[in-house]
Write a protein that binds this ligand. Sequence first.
Ligand code: GRF
Length: 221
Amino acid sequence: MRVAVFASGSGTNLQALLDACRDGDATIAIVLSNRADARALTRATAAGVPVHVISDANDGTEINDVLASYGIDLVVLAGYLKLIPPDVVRAFEGRMINIHPALLPSFGGPGMYGKNVHRAVLESGATVSGVTIHIVTEEYDRGPIVAQWPVPVIAEDTPETLQHRVQAVEHALLPAVVVAAAKSGCVVRLVPDRVGFAVSAQTTPVERALRAVPLLVSQEE
Ligand code: GRF
């Protein structure tokens, strides 16, 4: 399965994908960004993956042409801060996923990106946040959910500490979804068979717990 990744920023999720997809069923074939200085592009180049800087993020023809020229099967939005033009969404219906750093449908929609999300979670008093991966539709953050994983919020959290804990889960869940899609030939829903994290400010135990829990692949929906 040939995968295109869109990223606007640091690209830590891209890095997790690059690391997971070495010699596997999924190939990261191209990385696209609206920003020429995105760290994500440096990561792609270091991994030997071609990059494309989008000249006009509203121009669906440019993006569709690039995706077609690389024979892309699956598009992954990993921290891409521009809206994908509707003709690109239509061309990749059911084959474009986005990762969001909270449990959608809560804390999604316009303006909900980066630390804004974690700040809103803390201000709401929620005791659980998490990661959502969903199919991209023309409605922002509203497409069918492919995978979710909870992350505990603790009393001492700042947006930064919560972001850190959520990111550790993102870096395991996104590759799991992409690898499962590559093995299945289509995007499949991942369902955890057990949920239960010790509440901890540490990243590592959460990440270890996630890696230790097998994800069951379900094709219903
Ligand atoms: C992640 O938190 C992702 O959920 C959101 O944007 C952030 C990208 O981070 N959509 P990075 O660039 O992968 O480090």
